[in-house]
Design a protein around this ligand. Structure first.
Ligand code: ADP
Length: 492
């Protein structure tokens, strides 16, 4: 059976997904792995473990449905940083995107006033999240690394680059624009690694891979690889941008929200980037022709994880799914609001000292009201980010598509539509990250965007039903609750 193979390199698992020519998923295999937490703030991944999980998933898939693979594509966790030698041996574990070890370096850079130049070139806010300070840390903390790098013996890659290097026996040293745009050393306007930034971060240019469009012939797997034959690699993209394309949101103003552990909200800005409200980032979308596509990105830190907290820390529910039936047992949250500021408050409040609260408690409140308030809290946070996205910009959000594990909650999707006063569309197949890569592979195999539209599957729609008065009252209540969580009340 002929199929397209998508490898999804996640943060805690590697998956192999087979798509047939009509975009139907034939098989999925998955192996999970643990991240490493050697010290507070440090998050790493053992690359042997990551590669093993990847190879096992590929092997399982081939054992199930054979190896008649048309082409191969990769979706990957973004920003996670690997420094390796020319034999493909990493000098240290991968530093995860979640790792905060370089926060002090980032603070120093901000104090020295580098924010503006970095934002103007990369579209990003200075933050440990992005790869640049992780590379700096590796070069300055692993013995001899800086010397070796200066001699041209070390290479940098995000997970896509490293995996292609391994699968091709060192022949492919490339990445795509979506991954490059998350490194904080790639100029998203001039479309090149930026010499001035490389100087600031003291990173030799010889470490850097060739940046290619997301749909592109990156090269072939080696006969010595797990595949034992040459298979063309035709698509690479970071997971969030891949999911945006996986909904075929290719026009300005089209937006997707992924509801997972956190929420990732991406809006297509079209071919011309805009001055974006501070604290939101501009990044590159997948590139499948000669045009560049800009995307605005905002995130909510605690979404599905808030539901997990209700389950694991408070014991209010046994499964995340049960949150929906609890919420539906009550008519409203009875004035209860939860502000999940477990690690401070993000956009648009930016108060790192804010503490989480549950407020509005009266003796009529039972656990269902609290569970409902938690689901509503996720929706309010999404609204805050979307408001920021549309503020001062020349587009309206026209279409919201959703995916991710928590988007299966119908109550939450309806409340989200009500609070945003916008239609929400959820595909029957919420697996959109790998779908984006499948679309890129199909484009390289002669399909047109119109062909892909026919493969996009069914969506269910949630229409806003709440009246304006009710929406405004709820939002006012939320604003008051936010005020209570902020360390300085006058911030809002
Ligand atoms: P990630 O990719 O970030 O690991 P997933 O997309 O797998 O996340 O979604 C899992 C998250 O969604 C978990 O945090 C879980 O608590 C939450 N979740 C899963 N199902 C539901 C549901 N029906 N209602 C609310 N939250 C849910």
């Amino acid at each position: 059976m002929k199929y397209y193979l998508v490898i999804d390199e996640g943060t805690t698992s590697a998956r192999a997904i087979a798509y047939d020519l009509k975009g139907q998923i034939l098989a999925v295999t998955q192996h999970e792995f643990d991240q490493l937490y050697p010290k507070p703030l440090y998050v790493e991944q053992d690359l042997n473990v990551v590669l093993n999980a990847t190879f096992k998933s590929i092997n399982d898939l081939i054992n199930k449905i054979g190896d008649d693979i048309i082409s191969l594509g990769i979706a990957n966790q973004r920003e996670t940083t690997v420094v390796f030698n020319r034999k493909g041996k990493a000098i240290y574990n991968a530093i995860s995107w979640q790792c905060r070890r370089t926060f002090k370096l980032c603070d120093d850079l901000k104090k020295q006033g580098y924010d503006k130049i970095i934002k103007n070139k990369t579209g990003l806010e200075i933050d440990p999240y992005f790869s640049a300070t992780k590379i700096y840390w590796l070069l300055h903390n692993i013995p001899h690394a800086l010397d070796e790098a200066r001699k041209g013996n070390l290479l940098f890659g995000t997970i896509d680059t490293y995996l292609m290097y391994i699968l091709s026996d060192g022949k492919i040293f490339k990445t795509d624009v979506t991954n490059a745009s998350r490194t904080m050393i790639y100029n998203i306007y001039n479309h090149c690694w930026d010499d001035e930034l490389l100087k600031i971060f003291d990173i030799p240019k010889t470490m850097l891979s060739e940046v290619c469009p997301s749909a592109h012939l990156f090269g072939y797997t080696s006969k010595m690889s797990i595949f034992k034959k040459e298979i063309p690699i035709f698509a690479v993209a970071g997971d969030q941008q891949s999911a945006l394309f996986g909904h075929l949101l290719i026009n300005k103003g089209e937006t997707k929200i992924t509801y997972g552990t956190g929420c990732f909200i991406l809006t297509n800005l079209g071919e011309k980037p805009l001055e974006i409200e501070q604290n939101l980032i501009t990044t590159l979308g997948v590139q499948y022709d000669d045009k560049y596509n800009y995307v605005s990105e905002g995130s909510v830190f605690f979404a599905g994880s808030l539901i997990k907290w209700l389950r694991d820390n408070l014991g209010l529910i046994k499964t995340a799914k049960e949150s929906e039936s609890c919420a539906l047992k009550v008519e409203n949250s009875l004035g209860v609001y939860i502000i999940p500021a477990f690690t401070g408050l993000g956009a648009p409040y930016w108060d790192s000292k804010a503490k989480g609260i549950i407020c509005g408690l009266t003796n009529g409140v039972n656990k269902n009201h609290i569970v409902r308030a938690a689901l509503e809290a996720i929706c309010y946070q999404v609204k805050d980010v979307l408001d920021l996205l549309t503020k001062n910009n020349d587009f309206n959000i026209t279409k919201i598509s959703v995916d991710g594990g928590a988007s299966s909650n119908d109550f939450m999707m309806q409340f989200q539509a009500d609070i945003l006063n916008l239609e929400i569309n959820r595909p029957d197949n919420i697996e959109r990250t790998s779908q984006g890569i499948f679309y890129l592979l199909a484009l390289k195999n002669g399909y047109t965007i119109n062909d892909l539209k026919k493969l996009n599957g069914q969506y269910s729609s949630f229409y806003p039903l709440m009246d304006d008065k009710c929406r405004i009252e709820l939002l006012n209540g939320y604003k008051k609750a936010i005020k209570k969580a902020l360390t300085e009340h006058e911030k809002i």
